[in-house]
Design a protein around this ligand. Structure first.
Ligand code: PHE
Length: 339
């Protein structure tokens, strides 16, 4: 019996050494130490032993059991450690591998400056309105007091879709659309694309952008116009900026003016940017013509207002020192990445 036990110990020892998977260990334990295992089966034959032999064999069997338990325990730890090391090797992150360059998009310069302009006017209590780019002749011209024979209607400038439908040549038609829908006080800006049939060059594009402004309330004066636009210029170009208003003519405002801002590049001293005048033309403006108020359904006896319109593309180019408007529309990544 003793030899049988020693044999089992050897056999188990060999089998255990060959094991290399954690889940094989539990079947190994059942095979040798389980209730119907090889060791237990031998011990069943103890009854036929002499009383002197019995404790010796019992002790040996217990020893073997304890030994195998300890070996299983050891093997378990070893296999667990190996498995962990394997995982650490498999899942290792090589922090020295160069990273993948991530191309992060950024805002178009037109959007950056438009956002600034929106913020300035929102801060002064304006709201943002929008209108259609494909516009009725009525809103683009007629209701803005631009008569049938006005040169601004010349087919040279205007893209006609049909006789009565055009691509809007300015954002001013939205003035009428807002007046029709809303009662004063009205205080809005209207950013948007506009279209003119111009030859493309460094300063002209058939598509460009304007930001319109309209304020209507009781007792609005030219003083409100000047104050509002002077604050705007200082916010956009810096606190040292000065403004001047020159008389001008627009069919839809009376009186009309153009506003210049002192050149930010030379602080008004005169340089290449401002053609050595110290001033840069920024926008057209004026008091809303009574006829235009009437077209919008607003009583000019009760209300007055001012309006203005600026070219966004020109302002962007001024702010960033860009000398060709075409760069704003080509969407060359090498250009856009610089903002
Ligand atoms: N619509 C004019 C233009 O396109 C600008 C303007 C708007 C002037 C509002 C006065 C008032 O040139």
């Amino acid at each position: 019996m003793q030899t049988k036990l020693e044999q089992i110990r050897k056999e188990a020892q060999n089998a255990l050494e060959k094991l290399d998977k954690l889940d094989e260990l539990s079947s190994f334990r059942i095979e040798y130490l389980g209730k119907k295992g090889k060791l237990t089966r031998i011990l069943r034959g103890m009854g036929s032993l002499s009383p002197e032999e019995r404790p010796k064999i019992g002790q040996l069997a217990n020893e073997i059991r304890a030994h195998l338990e300890a070996e299983i325990e050891k093997k378990t730890r070893l296999l667990e450690e190996e498995a962990l090391n394997q995982r650490l090797r498999d899942e290792a992150i090589d922090v020295t591998i160069p990273g993948k360059a991530y191309h992060r998009g950024n805002l178009h310069p037109l959007s950056i400056v438009l956002n600034e302009i929106k913020d300035i006017f929102l801060g002064m209590g304006f709201q943002i309105a929008e209108g259609p780019e494909v516009e009725l002749d009525y809103y683009n011209f007629e209701a803005l007091n631009i008569p049938r024979n006005h040169p601004a209607r010349d087919t040279q400038d205007t893209f006609y879709i049909t006789e009565n439908i055009v691509l809007r040549t300015h954002t001013s038609p939205t003035q009428i659309r807002v007046m029709e829908k809303e009662k004063p006080p009205i205080k809005i800006i209207v950013p948007g694309r506009v279209y003119r049939s111009d030859e493309v060059d460094a300063t002209h594009s058939p598509i460009f952008h304007q930001v319109e402004g309209l304020v209507i309330d009781k007792n609005i004066t030219m003083g409100d116009l000047k104050g509002t636009l002077d604050v705007f210029a200082k916010e956009l170009f810096g606190p040292r900026t000065r403004t001047q208003f020159r008389p001008h003519h627009f069919p839809f405002t009376e009186p009309s003016a153009e506003m210049d801002a002192s050149c930010a590049a030379c602080d008004g001293a005169g340089c290449r940017v401002c053609s050595y005048t110290g001033w840069i033309e920024i926008l057209g403006a004026g008091m809303v013509h009574p006829k235009v108020l009437m077209y919008g359904g607003i009583d000019p006896e009760k209300y007055s207002g001012f309006a203005f319109g600026m070219g966004l593309d020109r302002i962007v180019n001024l702010k960033y020192g860009i000398d060709d408007i075409r760069l704003l529309f080509e969407n060359d990544i090498r250009f856009l990445d610089q903002f």
